[in-house]
Design a protein around this ligand. Structure first.
Ligand SMILES: C[S@@+](CC[C@H](N)C(=O)[O-])C[C@H]1O[C@@H](n2cnc3c(N)ncnc32)[C@H](O)[C@@H]1O
Length: 392
């Protein structure tokens, strides 16, 4: 029998509105610690849903598994298998998924498998746990993954677990948790990139943006001069060059990431010229204005929060500082794509903030969110962290 537990009225409301988490509160603190599943009840003892219990997680204590009344515990394995099959089939029907080797086969809550991601990087599959509860189902998961994904080679199965001390994601390891680091090359449509797996949390490409990059191809095909701000290892710069840009400028503060970008450039054939600027975006913009440069397409993807050693700056504050100069660098018909990568600011708030910037002369053309292999669910803002606004 699955234990029945009263939920905080706010959890009840949120679960009913589509938010699939129960966070730590006076009610969830009292959930029986020895149970992996719970039935959540409202104050009238009505069932709200069956939850996967995560008693060791610092903040997210339970995640919605089913809204079916009287959900039988014995159905868990079969339903997990069905959800994995569904996640895989969904991907196989996606155009943007076909021609790349960095892609998500399962995107946690977006695929109704809470806290579990299945990421492919080249021939390796990395199973990412965002919930600690999956540590208790490792054997079952491996069995089901090998059964439902013919693409997975057991010897190339990796694990990225979450640390029990609350410090977040660990570095990826082999599935049996043997540490290993590997460097290899993957392709994403026409571009090739190095991946560094196992060195740290950061493996040198953002796979959750691959579908957005695919959606941006028509813009890149028309853009001769491209500026990639906060370029990291250069995925956007490589795409621009590959799709015919004549000049691409990449700006990043990090010498390490720009060195990786240079290595990525060597993997790809293209005609255009590329320049790296190892400096802050703020300084790079002033320099480019002094040189009277103009760009047909500017991509701006600041970190959600950064520090220069003295003060912390949020992405919204960065936009306040740079917006006017971004406009000066845009060619008359040029496009600017502003990203924000945090769930703490909603799209309406992001849009309002940028629209309200002094002397904003640009008009919104289109908005971007996580898409395709990175599905999100309505009402779950933590899952919908990526926002992009295209301006002209
Ligand atoms: C969110 S990542 C960008 C990801 C990239 N757009 C992509 O899709 O691959 C942020 C990058 O900004 C760089 N960075 C942080 N502060 C910066 C600043 N003030 N000026 C330039 N780059 C900065 C970091 O080194 C990091 O590579």
């Amino acid at each position: 029998m699955i234990p029945r537990c009263l939920l905080h009225p706010i959890s009840v409301k949120q679960l009913r509105q589509g938010h699939p988490w129960v966070t730590l509160d006076a009610y969830s603190r009292r959930f029986p610690t020895d149970s992996s599943m719970l039935i959540g009840l409202d104050d009238k003892k009505m069932e709200v849903g069956t939850l996967l219990h995560d008693p060791r997680h610092k903040t997210v204590r339970a995640r919605l598994w089913s809204k079916e009344r009287g959900y039988p515990e014995k159905n868990f394995t079969q339903d997990l298998e069905l959800r994995l099959i569904k996640a895989r089939e969904k991907r196989l029907s996606l155009e943007s998924f076909k021609n790349r080797e960095n892609r998500y086969w399962c995107f946690a809550e977006g695929d109704e498998i809470p806290g579990l991601m299945v990421l492919q990087l080249g021939e390796r599959f990395i199973i990412q746990f965002y919930a600690l509860l999956w540590n208790d189902h490792k054997e079952l998961l491996k069995k089901l993954l090998l059964k439902t994904f013919p693409e997975i080679d057991e010897k190339k199965l990796w694990l990225q677990a979450r640390s029990e001390d609350g410090s977040g994601q660990k570095s990826p390891t082999l599935w049996d948790e043997t540490p290993k680091s590997e460097q290899f090359i993957i392709h994403e449509n026409d571009i090739r990139m190095h991946v560094r797996l196992g060195e740290s949390y950061d493996y040198s490409v953002y796979s959750d943006m691959a579908a957005v990059r695919y959606a941006l191809r028509p813009i890149f095909q028309k853009s001769k001069r491209v500026l990639n701000l906060y370029s990291y290892t250069g995925a956007f710069s490589l795409l621009a060059l590959k799709l015919g840009a004549e000049r691409v400028v990449s700006v990043d503060l990090s010498a390490k990431y720009l060195a990786w970008l240079e290595e990525n450039l060597l993997l790809n054939d293209f005609q255009g010229e590329h320049a790296s600027m190892k400096t802050s975006t703020e300084n790079a913009l002033k320099d480019l204005i002094n040189k009277k440069e103009q760009f047909d397409f500017i991509i701006c993807d600041p970190p959600s929060s950064s520090s220069d050693g003295q003060k912390r700056t949020s992405a919204l504050q960065s936009y306040e500082v740079i917006w006017n100069n971004l406009q000066k660098l845009l060619a008359p018909e040029g496009l600017l794509l502003s990203f924000l990568n945090t769930h703490t600011v909603s799209m309406p708030k992001f849009e309002k903030h940028l629209r309200g910037l002094e002397d904003n002369r640009l008009q919104i053309q289109k908005k971007y969110h996580l898409m395709d292999d990175c599905p999100t669910i309505k009402g779950f803002h933590e899952g919908n962290y990526l926002k992009g606004i295209l301006w002209k």
